[in-house]
Design a protein around this ligand. Sequence first.
Ligand code: DGJ
Length: 746
Amino acid sequence: MIKFDEKRKLFSLYNKEFSYYFYINKLGYLIHLYSGEYLSDLDVERLTERYSERYAYLDNDKEICDESYYFSLQASNFECSGFNTADKRGNFAIIKNSDNSLLTDFRYVKHEIVYGKKPIKGLPHARIENAKNVETLIITLKDVRSEVYLELYYSIFDDLNILIRNSKIINKTGSSINLLKLSSMQVDFPYGNYNLISTYGTWSKDRQLEETRINHNKIVISDNHGARGFYHNSSIIIKEKDTNLFNGSAYIFSLIYSGNFSFEVGQDELGQTRLICGINDENFYFAMPHNTSFTAPECVMSFSSQGINGATHHMHDFVRNYILPKTFALKERPILINSWEAYYFDFDTNKIISLIEEAKKLGIELVVLDDGWFGKRSDDKTSLGDWNINLEKIDLKKVIDYAHSNKMKFGIWVEPEMISPDSALFRNHPEFALYNRNIKPTLFRHQLPLDLTNPKVVDFIYESISKIFRNYKIDYCKWDFNRYLSEIGSLYLGKDKEGEIYHRFILGSYKLLENFVNEFPNVLLETCASGGGRFDLGMLYYSPQIWGSDETDPTARVEIQYSTNFFYPLSTIGAHVSARPYLTYQDKAIISAFGTFGYELDPLKLSKEDKDKIIEINKLIKEWHHVVTLGDYYALKSPIEGNYASWMVVSKNKREALVFHFNFRREPTYARYIKLYGLDPDLYYFNSLTNTIYKGEFYLRVGLNISAPLNEGTTMLFILKAVNYLEKTIFEKKQMKNQQVRDKIF
Ligand code: DGJ
């Protein structure tokens, strides 16, 4: 997986399908050479000669022009570019030394190659410790003028096209330095013919796709909301201009981080493309005393030469196997019903008992009591921080016991990272809130973030939350986060350390989550931030599922799910059927079936027909959802490019597939054939919707024919199941018999 050619000083990181090359030049710079489809070898001279130009430099007041500078800082491709050097195209790290000088110029010192990778303390990371299918290259570099060291980590898999990178700064200068920027990954693509696909959004309009040409200007996809960013998501795609869903080179980059982040990408003056990503350096400065280190979060790169879907497959497999908590990663999740859209804050013990009763009849397996069970919380103006059961409103023990005696699971909602100014906690500990005391802080949703930079606050709030989970047999937890960070200030850190707040806050969140999953590994955790405002690999390390969006309108959901699916496995996307009136329950369920399935409605308000339908749907979900949980996902038609959206999931053994099709605007008959992917061309598949058997090759080469007139919102689910020869013959005989009967009648 990782080779070092001592003679050429060449590193090659590779597996059967993917190669990544760089080398150490005469001056000790790490020069990037190639990243893409497998390449058995390359010619370093040939690849770098176009930049070769003899540069002069000043040494002891003398102009020197020698062999060592037969390369260009201005134009070479680097693994980690310097700051305040002759390379002006974007920097990897910025350090302010004790003499206030700003310059980083890191050169190679040594390297080692190890199996797997040690876990990163305090940060979520790929679970690859001791993994025999992963090798990690650790390169140590040193700043030319000081005892500041930079470690670059590269982990490559032999069975997945995944490269994970991160970095670490170590201060051995003898005095304190200030870290102003540290990136996780830099990729200098040697030419420029790329498009960037990113997602933007806002509340209830999570992750909308946007494609941009990467030209000669810097594009910055970033977030500065501190932990809950709707605006941009921390996963992007870079693809060659002509790459589509099925063909061509595509790279997905995703940060294992939930705080402020940034991806900078653009072409330089020579048409080469540079990507630099990691923690957002806006409002970031970190004091590093002598002998301390700072570790940047991991960034995952997934590559495929088989289009965007190929890169998605590697990413999904990676997330399922190396990010999600092991207890739930590959397991089907229970069908849940959440009380939020049914009752909001208006519930009591009897209502929840009837909810359990009705849900059970419908085949639902988990009842979740959302916001409002604690303190004096009968609206969103109060009580965050007061994690005591509101006994006037709910008898928690009674409802949990009732659920369990009915063989159902029970879950509750919490929002641990926040505090309401109207709470006992705020009255007793105003210093626990995170805001700048010199200004009037904005109260979003009437609340403030807690100062999680303070370990005392983390411990206090963890104790308040965990005592509920210790005292009650709770099976599931929805962990919400309903405002972003603004006007920050920490009484604990003091004024000088304002630049550390954003990062330390998210470290505090991670500590809370880590404590929780360590103590309650069997509680199914679903994170949430006003819907899907904190959807990233950092959160998925702790919670195997995240609530996809507060938008439960099915049509809008199609777009949200379509874009989310590119980056995150379908089993991680909370997708619930609500009572929104636009489509039938069957249609809504078909959309939600391609996520972690559940309901947001009051079952007591359902008609008899709807109840019957929901019972049928839930049976179908139980029968087929393993394909969604574990299969390979293919985007087939993008909702932003046409009038319909389509996608499919195929089981790993290719014997089962679910195909989704959704029509936006009413349309008459039109030649619509959707070519399917991932099926076995030689297998015969029974199609549940058309009641026919066709060979895989037919679907792969001709496609599913849906040329019929389609109404606004027509939603279709095709279930394809491979049949053996005998099943096929019996089916055909039956068909023939039916035909004979029909012929006789007419
Ligand atoms: C925002 C979430 O997205 C909703 O589902 C719900 O849990 C509310 N918060 C509760 O306050």
